[in-house]
Design a protein around this ligand. Sequence first.
Ligand code: 4NP
Length: 165
Amino acid sequence: MATASGHYFFMHAPISSVLFVCLGNLCRSPTAHAVLTGMARQQQCNIRIDSAGTSPYHKGSLPDARTREAGQARGYSFKGQRSRPVLDEDFARFDLVLAMDKHNLRDLQERCPAEYQHKVKLFLEYTEQEELEVPDPYYGGRQGFELVLDLIEQGCEVLLSKAKR
Ligand code: 4NP
């Protein structure tokens, strides 16, 4: 934006809504949804949070039982969550659309209108973590679900601090 003196500055639009996206909306994005909801409540940060899957396959299902067990053990609630696919209107309705891995990112970028492409990012890259992707835990053991929680907790701390700026 140009000021009266002809200088340019960049506006940092406030973040008031976030959509987390993974493949099935059963494991990773529901975890991010639950973790950010818990942290936002604790820090009294008013932010609209939702999650969705690039695949519609599990539409209507509860988050994965292993995801709920691991998350609840750390004090997070999955209340009200049901899997849903990403909708075309999500790109307009959310300030940020954050993908859990590069495959999810590519799927989102392919269907996102040009005017909203700037909202679509890798969650861990946006939150300045060393790892870029949250690995899919679906076919693995319990450790994978703990790693998902570790990565998401670290990312969500940064995300909230950015939202509050
Ligand atoms: P998510 O995990 O993308 O983190 O929810 C998965 C859930 C379901 C499947 C794969 C990954 N699936 O193949 O059904």
